[in-house]
Design a protein around this ligand. Structure first.
Ligand SMILES: Nc1ncnc2c1ncn2[C@@H]1O[C@H](COP(=O)(O)OP(=O)(O)OP(=O)(O)O)[C@@H](O)[C@H]1O
Length: 255
């Protein structure tokens, strides 16, 4: 299933948040949204996920979700959102129970997503026994369990230290390379965007408008840490964002 955004505009009261956002999110691709603080990235993600509606414009779902999809639009949040009293497998089975899936069928799905996220040995652990990186892997496994058409990821790595972030980026690349998924991925971190994004959408400061859409052709599996080609793209993105980020920061200080 592809997603298409058409001429989205939104304001909260007198505050214009997004203007004229038109964008294609093709199936099997990771589309990163980057832009200064407060430019409307999370708001746009909520529109795509159907949690809110824009004042103008529309979000179109084109084509059918993948076979066995239980929830076409599934969020992965920065704070993992795991139930502390449930084990790893218990957290994953919860989303299946919501769809009446139990027993053998649930077991097969849980085993599959635990294997894909390298968590099979931790099925019976409680969240408090896990590091931040592993908690986020559980949250990703839980999202994969519903076989979503699109994973909506809101700064999924930003609560983690830099080494853990690198490890999780490697994990996401392996996961995608074995079985491509579709994602809209919000991040402040340009290094993350160039490692993971097939398409990087740069938004201006609020009201967020699209400044540029950068495509990166290099396959994810070939994007290595400190890759000079990616550094070049990252430099270009930063040059585009620097003035917007500075102006946004000064605007926040003025408030
Ligand atoms: N429900 C709401 N009611 C009123 N204002 C809101 C609401 N949600 C967001 N905003 C405002 O809309 C603007 C965009 O917020 P949003 O969280 O989408 O930006 P962002 O780009 O994700 O920011 P950040 O990078 O800091 O997380 C901000 O000024 C925010 O205060």
């Amino acid at each position: 299933m592809d997603i298409r955004l058409e001429a989205i505009r939104h304001a909260y009261g007198d505050t214009e948040v997004l203007q004229d956002i038109s964008l294609a999110i093709p199936a099997g691709r990771i589309v990163c949204l980057v832009g200064p603080s407060g430019c409307g990235k999370s708001t746009l993600l909520r529109f795509i996920g159907g949690l809110e509606r824009p004042m103008e414009g529309r979000v179109l779902q084109i084509g059918a979700p993948p076979e066995g999809c239980l929830n076409p639009l599934t969020f992965v949040f920065q704070d993992f959102a795991l139930l502390p009293w449930r084990t790893v497998q218990g957290n994953i089975s919860l989303v299946l129970e919501d769809h009446g899936i139990r027993g053998k069928r649930a077991r097969a799905i849980i085993d599959d997503v635990l294997a894909r996220t390298r968590l099979s040995d931790f099925a019976s652990a409680l969240p408090k026994q896990l590091s931040g990186g592993m908690k986020q892997r559980v949250a990703i496994a839980r999202a994969l369990a519903v076989n979503p058409a699109v994973m909506l990821m809101d700064e999924p790595l930003s609560a983690l230290d830099s080494q853990t972030r690198e490890l999780l980026m490697d994990d996401l690349i392996t996961l995608w390379t074995r079985q491509p998924f579709t994602s809209v991925y919000v991040t402040h971190n340009l290094a993350e965007a160039v490692r993971l994004g097939h398409r990087i959408v740069v938004l201006s400061r609020r009201p967020g408008r699209i400044c540029e859409v950068v495509e990166i052709e290099k396959p994810l599996a070939e994007r290595l840490y400190a890759d000079p080609d990616l550094d070049e793209v990252q430099r270009h993105l930063w040059e585009m964002m620097r003035d917007e980020a500075r102006a946004a920061e000064e605007e926040l200080i003025d408030v």
